[in-house]
Design a binder for this molecule. Sequence first.
Ligand SMILES: [Zn+2]
Length: 482
Amino acid sequence: MRPAILHRLLALSLSMMAPLAAVEAGEVENLRLWAAPDHARLVFDLASPTRAKVFSLDNPRRLVIDLDDSRMQADLDGLDLTGSAISRIRSGVREGDDLRVVLDLEREVAPRHFVLAPNNQYGHRLVVDLEYPGESAVEDPIDPIEAMIREQEIAAKRAQAQVDLGGRAVTPEPEAVVQPAQPHPKRDIIIAIDAGHGGEDPGAIGPSGTLEKDVVLQIAKRLQQRVNATEGFRAVMIRDSDYYVGLRQRTHIAREQKADFFVSIHADAFHSPRPNGSSVFALSQRGATSETAQWLAESENKADLIGGVDGNLSLKDKDEVLRGVLLDLTMTATLNDSLSIGGQVLDRMGRVNRLHKPRVEQAGFVVLKSPDIPSLLVETGFISNPQEERRLLDPAHQEKMARAIFAGVEEHFRTNPPPASLLAWQRDNGRSTAGNEYRIQPGDTLSEIASRHDVPVRRLKQANELNGDVIRVGQVLRIPRS
Ligand SMILES: [Zn+2]
């Protein structure tokens, strides 16, 4: 008889003898560990709901997890501790029936624990998060709407200060207004790439066992390469390996990284194998545009339950409540941008894959709720469809998908570059974008442009350092104040 079974029988007979211990002994069936840059997450898969106590000890640094009336059935040696702050895991029996798990730690951590009820994928779980002080953003959930309002106030103040400054600088001195041009920031356009799911949350699972979290990370990394290989763009990865990030946290990271655009990459499943093709989603505040959209949004929004974000945390999220006209306007503008970029992306994706729907769909995806960052969710394909599952695993197809997504995004930003970006500077042929501008069209002449803008030709030439009358189509002229 194996010691474990003997143990169980012993515990069972003991519990039958003790009149108060009506519940059967708990079991830790499995342990899973996810190492993220700002925290490590240790998940205990439990046979039944179990009470736990978590506390730290010093010299040497340890974290102790005591589980009431439980036994360790998991293989502790099989756990890969790489990059997790944990150097060793031990367990032992305590006070007859209780289980003590001790983590030897390599660094200071702030522990946090909570239990999760069973869902489709997992049973009862105890989640222990080891957050790294100073690196954790999870403990600092900034309300995105408050942050946005604050940023807009600061921007307004700055703009006002510039107007005040400008008022002083422009003296009535027609010949000698030579304002040294501010160096153009030529900043990169930041694309936040969000590979859906991760860690505890596998996402959808294909008929032959392909995990959504794996294929979308591969596509996300290919997209990252495309973005970073293109001058004027820079990619920010919301997650770059196998760990879970809460849905709100994903948009929070994008905001922290000052993203110009956010794209969440998925490969989802429907409850029948038939549906196939790619789709592109933007946020809808009202309702979903189709039944599939509704269904997908619901299943995506469940990720936090599976991925294991503490239920209490979401109570702090207030951005369901829209505050003020300012916000409405921003949301509308952001949504318009999202739909416009979505159209471009869909167009490009349609050249490399069948489209599930011929237009950008809308639904209430939590991950798209940034009030001021245009955001899209791309369903690269239905992993529940056997053919698409195979394609999603194919590196060549993944590359095509990544290129198509980026081609759409790039097209949008080449036409509408943010003012301080390198792309804006390039569009303007190396000219500063301060003041009014005019882009020269075919057939234009200098005198015509001057009279249209009510400035003398001489001043127009002076302001643009033009010696002769030669102008080029596409050249951007600075129009001085008349
Ligand atoms: Zn998904």
